[in-house]
Design a protein around this ligand. Structure first.
Ligand SMILES: [Zn+2]
Length: 355
């Protein structure tokens, strides 16, 4: 792992006006994007119609059900926006369509590589087996790759509130699909009541099976959860915001070369932070902690990766060069081979030759 990528020196060139249209066109990488939170409302409408599920006919009303409100109270309030989507995502066709839809969105903003995550156990309501669920999502991702040329892989999430035996099944599922496009395992959901060490044995199993781990941690709860997730084998951390309050763990994060997957819009919606002054983007950079930028949930957070980069530009004056570096961090942390990383680095080198 190249430590040079850890350090981003923010170059404040006030005359370097970053243009949204160009940011949209520049090659990008995304590692933290949830399938169920990222389906376009119009695609969900199509999926619902196929299954005779009635949705509000008014687009505004539908959006209200899918997008987290500005006055979203906390993570649990945010998670309510997934209920309707999950009702619709219980068939193979629906899952394939949803996965394809995400790749089409990625193509629109020139994402070269994306890791899409989902929790298979949330799609079994109508009797689909876990392997069928994964196969359907992978089919949608592959279809997207064929049509748009966007490379992608999947990450499987275990839901923290579920029985450990059920979560263990997801680890085995990741093992089963290792050669077909599943590249890692994640723990998502209620972090407060189910901190990392609850899953010590499950994660040990994943490590034993050589399944790379990226774990949601420090999204709420405490910074210690981030450190514990790393002790338990996580190579990447989803959100990691609470780490800001526990600088005693910074050296651990740096030593282990951990990548923090930051999701700015989502982090404010879930009230992980409320003031920009408390958002640790700059703190992490200054401390030599490697970060990358992500949407988390394109629809629930009503955002795109371009929007997230523009937000950071508005808040911190980041330049195209900084954006390139953040994307290179993502490449280094991606669960892909060195050859694939090299190819993506080359695509970035070409894409960011702006002069
Ligand atoms: Zn997430």
């Amino acid at each position: 792992m190249n430590l040079a990528y850890c350090k981003i020196i923010l170059q404040r060139r006030k005359d370097d006006t970053v243009k949204r249209e160009l940011v949209k066109k520049l090659p990008k990488i995304e590692l933290h994007c949830h399938l169920d939170g990222s389906i376009r409302p119009e695609t969900l409408r199509k999926i619902a119609e196929q299954q005779d599920i009635s949705l509000p006919t008014d687009d505004g009303q539908l959006k209200q059900l899918l997008v987290a409100p500005k006055d979203c109270q906390d993570l649990n309030d945010y998670l309510k926006r997934f209920e309707l989507v999950l009702t619709c995502l219980q068939t193979e066709t629906a899952l394939q369509t949803a996965a394809f839809d995400i790749i089409s969105q990625a193509a629109e903003e020139n994402i070269q590589y994306i890791e899409v995550r989902f929790a298979p156990s949330l799609h079994t309501e109508k009797g689909l087996s876990l392997p069928k669920i994964v196969t359907a999502v992978l089919a949608g991702l592959n279809q997207g790759q064929q049509q748009f040329g966007v490379k992608s892989n999947a990450l499987l999430c275990g839901m923290r509130h579920e029985a450990l035996t059920e979560i263990e099944k997801i680890v085995h599922l990741a093992e089963e699909f290792k050669e077909s496009g599943v590249v890692g395992f994640d723990l998502a959901g209620n972090e407060v009541d189910f901190p990392p060490y609850t899953f010590e044995e499950t994660l040990a199993l994943a490590n034993q099976l050589n399944i790379p781990l990226t774990l949601h941690a420090g999204e709420c709860g405490c910074g210690k959860n981030v450190a514990d997730a790393v002790y338990l084998g996580a190579k990447r951390i989803g959100h990691g915001i609470a780490l800001k309050d526990t600088p005693e763990y910074f050296s651990l994060i740096k030593e282990k070369d951990i990548l923090i997957e930051m999701c700015p819009t989502s982090n404010f919606q879930t009230k992980t932070v409320t003031d920009l002054a408390d958002y640790p983007f700059q703190l992490f950079l200054d401390s030599g902690i490697k970060v990358c930028i992500n949407t988390d949930n394109r629809t629930v957070s009503d955002t795109t990766l371009t929007d997230e980069f523009m937000k950071l530009h508005e808040w911190y004056d980041i330049t195209y060069t900084d954006m390139e570096q953040l994307n290179r961090n993502a490449i280094e942390g991606a669960f892909i081979s060195n050859n694939e990383k090299q190819a993506l680095h080359e695509q970035l080198t070409t894409g960011y030759q702006l002069d």
